[in-house]
Design a protein around this ligand. Sequence first.
Ligand SMILES: Cc1cc2nc3c(=O)[nH]c(=O)nc-3n(C[C@H](O)[C@H](O)[C@H](O)COP(=O)(O)OP(=O)(O)OC[C@H]3O[C@@H](n4cnc5c(N)ncnc54)[C@H](O)[C@@H]3O)c2cc1C
Length: 281
Amino acid sequence: MLQRIELVLLPEEATHEQEFKNKIAKQLRISEKDIRDFRLVKRSIDARSKQVKFRLFFDVALQEELPILEKEVRTLQDVRNKKPVLVIGAGPAGLFASIQLIELGYKPILIERGKDVRQRRRDLALISKLGEVNPNSNYCFGEGGAGTYSDGKLYTRSDKRGNVKRALATFVQFGATNDITIDAHPHIGTNKLPGIVTAMREAIEACGGEVHFNTLLMSIKITDQQVQGITVTPSEGGMDYSIDGKSIILATGHSARDVFQTSTSSKYFNRSERFCPRRSH
Ligand SMILES: Cc1cc2nc3c(=O)[nH]c(=O)nc-3n(C[C@H](O)[C@H](O)[C@H](O)COP(=O)(O)OP(=O)(O)OC[C@H]3O[C@@H](n4cnc5c(N)ncnc54)[C@H](O)[C@@H]3O)c2cc1C
């Protein structure tokens, strides 16, 4: 018989995993040897009173075995010669869209105005040390998107806006600890997030997807209501050039004011003037 039980433990008890079986047995008023298997499925911290407590939820099996948890792993394939899709922005939306495209058999061509997640760190240091802001590589822009270097908390109160478990499982696939699938308020942390973002990008490239950093979307070419491609410009200076493609995912986030202003002021998102700031040096 499978049961779900809750143990309320002091913080020092909650780390002693070898004691869990004994405590579960006590709570169920049975002997430890009557427990065939158990699994921690949810963990939260209750800090409402002076004494902080951990609430741990376990699935406990007495006779039968616990059902095997299928690891939700994204199956990636070689998409080198598959139909290309332009993905603009390498924030969470663009990275997850690229992974999903690969699963579905499309070749993502990821366009990002900023730098890769590690080089981006140097531009953040320039902001805090010298107050110098690179308009294309900062806290909002660059691989990993907004928030990559600020925290990495992953919880949401909404469970109706997509498969949260699948998103967490994807982070685990690319290097996050399994804890994020158990904790009520999962958290990756700024120290670990860049490694996970890098692993996602490397997987995209290994499957034959393309990733173009320092590449700023300038306009989308549309004829007869059909997207034909985009014009981009190197963020650090250089000539504009075109990339062909009939499908686009615009994942430029809420900080890309220039994209919003251009797209709302023009029917087909063709910039009449160069709005995006380039780095001046
Ligand atoms: C300081 C801060 C802290 C945050 N902390 C958290 C947190 O702890 N937990 C949490 O869940 N959420 C957090 N958020 C919110 C979270 O970052 C956003 O919800 C999330 O980043 C949105 O993802 P996105 O991919 O839609 O957009 P973004 O992350 O904004 O990514 C858009 C990407 O598009 C690129 N781009 C923009 N314009 C162009 C262009 N013209 N050409 C090419 N590329 C372009 C940008 O460089 C960027 O990389 C935080 C946000 C901020 C600002």
